[in-house]
Design a protein. Structure first.
Length: 260
């Protein structure tokens, strides 16, 4: 389906937002928060979701073409920003999906305020430890190792290595700098988040790729133990982006979840 791109200002920060969905008024909103690698663009699963929902895929402050505002110091700042984002757009009964770093942001948002949410879906989310362990140190990995761990399909990983030469180096450096500032000390978790996850009072789905070598499924199990009533789905033949490698299975799990 067709989608649009616009720049929107919230909390004094101009951010890039991709939008798509039914032309009829009243479609239920769905917001997707991207991971630490940067905005994923209008991927196939977002296109499919836009057949049912009014889909919003913002680029976080500090990333890509969005502003890097002076108030952005931590992931909690992004949680408050997205609460204001939902309010500014007048969105209610939102299905909020976050992947990796975006999942962490979504979880931090939900422990603060779920009033505008209909559901929460965390995909390969960071933000907590698993049995006291943190995720592997992605900044010490060669690009090839990072992509090998990212994908279950190693041919896909090899193609991505070849595509790295096409990445804008300035935007890549901006994204990496923001991630380092927000999430590296301590590494990709908030020591206080786990003790407040019990406050999440909307239906919560956790989706992991069985072969995720960056944020293994044990982190999904850790989230499941801390979010009351949450459901964990582990998809086979998928890595850190199951919505990409196993799009149909990912969408089936999500549709089954919201139908229930």
């Amino acid at each position: 389906m067709a989608y649009s791109t616009e720049m929107m200002t919230v909390d004094g920060a101009k951010v890039r937002v991709l939008r798509g969905g039914p032309e009829t008024a009243g479609a239920q909103p769905l917001v997707f928060l991207h991971g630490a690698g940067g905005h994923t663009g209008w991927m196939g699963f977002l296109d499919e979701l836009s057949r049912r929902f009014a889909v919003y895929a913002p680029e976080h402050p500090g990333f890509g073409q969005s502003d890097d505002p002076p108030w952005l110091d931590g992931v909690g700042d992004l949680a408050y920003f997205y609460l204001d984002f939902l309010k500014a757009l007048g969105l209610e009964r939102v299905h909020l999906i976050g992947t990796s770093l975006g999942g962490w942001i979504a979880a931090e948002l939900a422990v603060r305020d779920t009033a505008r949410l209909a559901s929460l879906t965390l995909v390969g989310a960071v933000g907590i430890t698993a049995g006291g362990e943190t995720i592997p140190d992605i900044f010490r990995m060669p690009v090839e190792e990072n992509l090998r761990r990212f994908y279950a399909d190693q041919e896909h990983a090899a193609r991505r290595v070849g595509d790295m030469s096409k990445v804008d180096p300035e935007l890549a450096a901006k994204n990496r700098g923001t991630v380092t500032r927000l999430a590296y000390r301590p590494r990709f978790y908030n020591p206080d988040l786990g003790k407040w996850l019990h406050r999440i009072d909307v239906p919560t789905l956790l989706i992991w790729g069985e072969e995720d070598g960056l944020v293994p499924p044990k982190f999904g199990e850790a989230y499941r133990a801390l979010i009351p009533g949450s459901k964990l789905v582990v998809l086979s033949n998928a890595g850190h982006a199951p919505f990409d490698e196993q799009r149909d299975a990912f969408l089936a799990a999500f549709y089954d979840f919201i139908a229930g």
